[in-house]
Design a protein around this ligand. Structure first.
Ligand SMILES: Cc1cc2nc3c(=O)[nH]c(=O)nc-3n(C[C@H](O)[C@H](O)[C@H](O)COP(=O)(O)O)c2cc1C
Length: 200
């Protein structure tokens, strides 16, 4: 797959995931081998990944995910994206694999913004690379953060030392039943400034 095609067709896929087709640990690890080529601050490579394919654990995480997303989904406007997000909330325990990308060190809201940027910025490029590598293997994903309202509970469930490790997101993974094309986006001219800030 050409890189531009992968970059423009890697969508948040939720309803389009085949819930019945299993995903092997082998293919997840293949995608992770590509993902860890992504950059990290000072090349620290402090990312850690937890793959979750145990039905009982997925079930408990789904309860937290639903608890965290209910209020936000009730307030959200009725768009195709919200409908799709609702589907994910209802069925996340049936997603073949949940990938939980983490980074060593505990994020604190009081830390300097540069520290926060460095921490999350050393994880998210790898997550996006994982999603692209998955896309090129016929696997669909969605980047989600809503479960982080229950980060501590999920840490306890999975034996993650909460004070030492920050969870970054949660990525459901499964084979795609269908693909999507490039999404409509704001024009680049509307979101780009040269030399001086002119519009927000
Ligand atoms: C930082 C971030 C947090 C997100 N959190 C959630 C989430 O908790 N649940 C969800 O269903 N989707 C989540 N998404 C997916 C977005 O809704 C989705 O990427 C966006 O609507 C654009 O759709 P597209 O990726 O298909 O272009 C998140 C995406 C990002 C980048």
């Amino acid at each position: 797959m050409l890189i531009d095609e992968a970059l423009t067709t890697t969508r948040a896929v939720r309803r389009g995931i085949d819930l019945r087709r299993p995903v092997t640990r082998g293919v997840i690890e293949q995608c992770l081998r590509i993902a860890v080529q992504a950059p990290t601050a000072a090349n620290r490579q402090d990312w850690r990944f937890v793959g979750i394919d145990d039905p009982g654990l997925k079930h408990t995480i789904a309860d937290y995910y639903r608890a965290a997303s209910t209020a936000y989904l009730e307030r959200a406007p009725n768009t195709a994206d919200t409908e799709s997000a609702r589907f994910l909330a209802q069925h996340i325990d049936r997603m073949p694999v949940l990938l939980l990308p983490c980074v060593n060190g505990r994020h604190s809201p009081s830390e300097h913004p540069a520290r926060t940027a460095s921490r999350y910025g050393s994880l998210y490029p790898a997550v996006w690379s994982f999603m692209l590598a998955a896309r090129s293997r016929g696997l669909a994903t969605a980047f989600t953060t809503v479960h982080l309202a229950y980060e501590r509970e999920v840490a306890d469930l999975l034996g993650i030392p909460y004070e030492e490790v920050t969870q970054g997101c949660l990525v459901p993974v499964g084979y795609a039943r269908r693909w999507f094309g490039p999404a409509p986006r704001r024009p680049v001219t509307e979101v780009t400034n040269w030399n001086r800030w002119r519009h927000g």
